[in-house]
Design a binder for this molecule. Structure first.
Ligand code: UDP
Length: 150
């Protein structure tokens, strides 16, 4: 079963959008298997966003993501990376489709509310950065056959 890392970034927490964002993901039918609130330190921010090091927005991004608590989650489903990316919308909220999290709730690329891993490979890396294996729960939902054809 595929997993992905989702962050409600500090702007989402400050704006009181945690429930709204979790609710949209829950309604999609994917399964929440880990969740915690945390303050990201410089080291974790640099590891998480390492691929952007050297880009003009990098320092602002690190300052922003470490500025205030965020909510980190792991969601699980077949093709969950693609499902979450679709539900989030494009990186720049200005271009994100209505009906997506970013398209409905945001206006600015530096305040785009939410992070979701961009591939199954980065999801594996990011899940391991934010969570210990013991924090990820294995449980059954008895409505799964009503969400996904067995
Ligand atoms: N970002 C930014 N300015 C830019 C490009 C990206 O502030 O010009 C931030 C934005 O918060 C984005 C994050 O950097 O979510 C990571 O960028 P990426 O291209 O990986 O987008 P994502 O995967 O988050 O959609």
């Amino acid at each position: 079963m595929e997993r992905t890392l989702v962050l409600v970034k500090p702007d989402g927490v400050q704006r009181g959008m945690v429930g709204e964002i979790i609710s949209r993901l829950e309604r999609r039918g994917i399964k929440l298997v880990a969740l915690k609130m945390m303050l990201v330190d410089q080291a974790l921010a640099h590891r998480h966003y390492g691929e952007h090091e050297g880009k003009p927005f990098f320092q602002g991004l690190v300052d922003f993501i470490t500025s205030s608590p965020l909510v980190a989650m792991i969601w699980e489903a077949d093709d969950v990376v693609e499902i979450v990316r679709g539900t989030m919308g494009q990186t720049n909220p200005k271009n994100a489709a209505p009906g997506t999290i970013r398209g409905d709730l945001g206006v600015n690329i530096g305040r785009n509310l939410v992070h979701g891993s961009d591939s199954p490979e980065s999801a594996q890396r990011e899940v391991a950065l934010f969570f210990k294996e013991g924090e990820i729960l294995d449980y059954n939902r008895n409505n799964d056959p009503w969400i996904t054809e067995p």
